[in-house]
Design a protein around this ligand. Structure first.
Ligand code: 3DU
Length: 217
C-alpha cells in the first residue's frame, strides 16, 4: 500500500450501489478501502474485485483459525482481488506464519490485530497486545492494527515492532479517537468508517481528515 494520504476508508455499508458511489467519491483521498463482513455478507465476494478499481482492498475478516484454515481463507480472499487481509493475532505464531508465507508468495499483505479499539478490548485483549506485536514483527507481517482510541498504546506497540512494520489504526471519529493524535503517536495510517460513509458529503469528510493528518506529518 502506498503511503500518500494515510487514510483508509472502512466501508461498512451493506448496499452495493452505495459502496460503489462512496468509493468513487473518496478514491482520491484514501490509500486503501477496508471492507469486512457487513459488506461482503450483504453483497458477495465479487464486491472485492469491483471496489479494487478505486483503491487497494484490505479484507478485514479478522481471521482466527488453525494454520491450514488461515491459509485456505487467505487464498480465497487474495483470489477475489484483495491486496491485504487482517488476521487476529491471539491464535499464535503458527497460524500467523501460515498466512504470512502465502502472502509473501503472492506479494500481498497480512495485518495483525494486536488489541482492539473498543472498551471491551481491555477485558482480555490488552494483556496480549504487546506479545502479539512482537510475534507479528518476528513473523514479518506487513503491519499491525492498534487502537486510535488509546494512542499511548500505539506508541508502546511502535517501540516493540520498530520501523519495518506498519501500524494501521481504527477508532478515529465515531469511536472517539483523533487522527492527528494517533499519527503523532506512531501510526502510519488511520482507518475511518462512519465519520466518512455516514456523512452527507463523504469526500469532504475524507478531505478534512487528510488535511488534519497533513498538519502533523
Ligand atoms: O468506528 P468506525 O465506523 O470508524 O469503523 C472502524 C472500523 O475498523 C470498523 O470496520 C471496525 O470493524 C474496524 N476495527 C475497529 O474498529 C477496531 C479494531 O480494533 C479493529 C477493526
Amino acid at each position: 500500500m502506498e503511503k500518500n494520504t494515510r487514510l483508509i476508508l472502512a466501508l461498512d455499508v451493506t448496499d452495493r450501489d452505495e459502496a460503489i458511489q462512496i468509493s468513487e467519491k473518496v478514491a482520491g483521498y484514501v490509500d486503501a478501502i477496508k471492507i469486512g463482513y457487513p459488506l461482503v455478507l450483504a453483497t458477495g465476494m465479487d464486491i472485492i474485485g469491483q471496489l479494487s478499481k478505486y483503491a487497494p482492498i484490505i479484507a478485514d475478516f479478522k481471521v482466527a483459525d488453525i494454520p491450514n484454515t488461515n491459509r485456505l481463507i487467505c487464498e480465497q480472499v487474495f483470489k477475489a482481488g484483495a491486496d491485504g487481509v487482517i488476521l487476529q493475532g491471539f491464535t499464535g505464531h503458527d497460524s500467523l506464519e501460515a498466512a504470512v508465507k502465502l502472502a509473501k508468495e503472492q506479494k500481498k499483505d497480512i495485518y495483525v490485530v494486536t488489541e482492539m479499539s473498543h472498551p471491551g478490548a481491555l477485558d482480555f485483549m490488552q494483556q496480549a497486545g504487546e506479545g502479539i506485536a512482537k510475534m507479528a514483527a518476528d513473523a514479518k507481517a506487513s503491519g499491525v492494527i492498534a487502537p486510535a482510541t488509546r494512542p499511548e498504546r500505539v506508541t508502546e506497540i511502535r517501540k516493540i515492532i520498530g520501523s519495518e512494520l506498519s501500524i494501521i489504526s481504527p477508532g478515529v471519529g465515531a469511536q472517539g479517537g483523533s487522527a492527528s493524535d494517533v499519527i503523532k503517536a506512531g501510526a502510519d495510517w488511520v482507518i475511518v468508517g462512519r465519520s466518512i460513509y455516514q456523512s452527507n458529503e463523504p469526500e469532504m469528510a475524507a478531505k478534512k481528515i487528510v488535511d488534519e493528518i497533513k498538519e502533523v506529518i
